[in-house]
Write a protein that binds this ligand. Structure first.
Ligand SMILES: [Zn+2]
Ligand SMILES: [Zn+2]
Length: 267
């Protein structure tokens, strides 16, 4: 299947000049899939991504959870999809404890945004997704609940992609992502922290919500994926720390990469 993947936002929590917060696209001739609507969604307005906005294809936006670094861009949707139909898939209340329509309407409401969701000039349909397999735009999309302070979900699209962000390292991810071409997994810390008593506490805290680069590489190797992409990078550490994370992961699973925002991979 010919598809293009790009992380429009490779960062977590705080956007930086080089790394917007979480957003990814999987572009195929029949549909545009968008994962999360962090500030990285704004990059769809960049000249290089204009072709992605051409009408004629289905548009599906999948939310992993509602933390602001994953939903701040929902208010940008009228700038890119005015007059278009957009299916907005979000984890069902059985997973998160909150109704998607209710929570999304409250994020996109006054006084946070002058235009409430009900007035959006976008034909937006909110479609809750439970765990398990769904057929969306003719493609298998699997959903799995993860370990995060407010529960998040991972998405697997056919054999192409597993998008796994905002989760502690979770053995279930190995089975979920088995054999995919691309495992895109969050990595918040390197993992070396857990070996030193002086930094052990940093690792312990991180692991309540997030994973390390080393854990990602272990999972990628066990799952036999084609390639591992580390994402949701910590914004408060220098680029050299991200390079260290990459080196640590590659020592375990050589086919690991960190992408720049907007870099395109053919699947
Ligand atoms: Zn996040
Ligand atoms: Zn989160």
């Amino acid at each position: 299947m010919n598809a293009k993947f790009s992380l429009l936002g490779t960062g977590g929590w705080i956007p930086t000049p080089g790394r917007e917060t979480t957003c990814a696209i999987l572009s195929r001739p029949e549909a545009l899939f968008i994962f999360d609507a962090g500030t990285g969604l704004s990059r769809l307005l960049e000249e290089r991504f204009r072709p992605e906005l051409e009408p004629g294809r289905e548009v599906h936006l999948f939310l992993t959870h509602y933390h602001l670094d994953h939903v701040a861009g929902l208010v940008y949707l009228p700038a890119m999809f005015k007059g278009r139909k957009v299916s907005l898939h979000a984890p069902a209340a059985a997973i998160t404890g909150v109704e998607p329509l209710q929570v999304i309407s409250s994020i996109v409401s006054r006084p946070f945004n002058p235009q409430p969701l009900s007035d959006f000039p976008v034909d937006l349909s909110i479609e809750p997704l439970g765990e398990g397999e769904h057929l969306i735009a003719g493609t298998s999309v699997r959903v799995r609940k993860q370990i995060h302070p407010d529960p998040s979900v991972a998405y697997r699209v056919d054999g192409m992609l597993a998008f796994v962000t905002d989760t502690a390292s979770d053995p279930g991810t190995v089975e979920f992502s088995r054999g995919v071409s691309l495992l895109v997994h969050e990595a918040w810390i390197d993992g070396i922290e857990e070996e030193d008593p002086a930094t052990e506490q940093i690792a312990r805290e991180a692991y309540t919500a997030h994973a390390s680069a080393r854990q990602c590489a272990d999972m990628a190797a066990a799952a036999g994926v084609g390639e591992l992409i580390l994402c949701h990078l910590i914004p408060l550490r220098p680029a050299s720390y991200h390079e260290q994370m990459l080196a640590s992961a590659r020592a375990i699973f050589p086919r690991t990469r960190i992408l720049e925002d907007g870099e395109v991979i053919e699947i």
